[in-house]
Design a protein around this ligand. Sequence first.
Ligand code: AHR
Length: 307
Amino acid sequence: LLLSACGGGGGAGGGGALTLGFAQVGAESGWRTANTKSIQESAKAAGIELKFSDAQQKQENQIAAIRSYIQQKVKVIAFSPVVESGWDTVLKEAKTANIPVILTDRAVDSPDKSLYKTFLGSDFVAEGRKAGEWLAEEFGSAAGDVSIVELQGTTGSAPANDRKKGFADVIAPNPKFKVVASQTGEFTRAKGKEVMEAFLKSQPKIDVLYAHNDDMALGAIEAIEAAGKVPGKDIKIVSVDGVRDALQALADGKINHVVECNPLLGPQLMDLVKKVAAGEQVPPRIETTETEFDQASAKAALPQRQY
Ligand code: AHR
């Protein structure tokens, strides 16, 4: 568990400084790196003292970080829950200590909505649907079965659960769309490559890869090329996020479609932190606006892409 303090204003937790304890998932992807940078920079710009921890994709590390923030009596706690389940106990501890909690990026499945003030992030089901809609359009007139392999995100995480569901809902009505293999690639490039290597060995025919994030798609591209196939042609690829490397791969024709998930949540989060610290009411759910990229729009977006 890595703990550090940064950001503007005041001493450690005292002197009237507004202190935010943020328990990050990890540094598993380009998306996550951009998200962390956005949070650190916006805390500094807002004069909020940020205590930041990296849970290395482990729930127990996040729970330990949240408990340490409670002990340090921070004003607000925010976190991006690595998985959806198992948060009630620690969230109740924060509530008992009168420390408001904000969920960012990923949701929890707790039925007790009083355990957190708001959720700021994406509609992951909608992202999965967009990937499915692209596939249905792209392969709509294909003769015969379309063999799909799926690289899932972290098992039990909201984006893995929801992106799988959204995609499955859209392709379900057409029986020619067959998901022939689906396994977690843990949202990382290395695991995406490893699992795609296994898919290429076990599956006689793969028409399309659906990757729950860009990093896994980028790892899979390496595996596809090493197997002597052409990514984007022999195997079409749709992924989620919209990080620079993926938009470049899309512009180069190695990926066919990217559904955007916006990591730049920092400025909106700092506004919410100030509001909940002041006891103001905030909406229970705030969704970020997102787009999709094809080859032309990726080329157009690349020069300004920040991450
Ligand atoms: O929760 C958002 C997801 O987490 C992003 O799509 C992925 O890249 C990240 O690791």
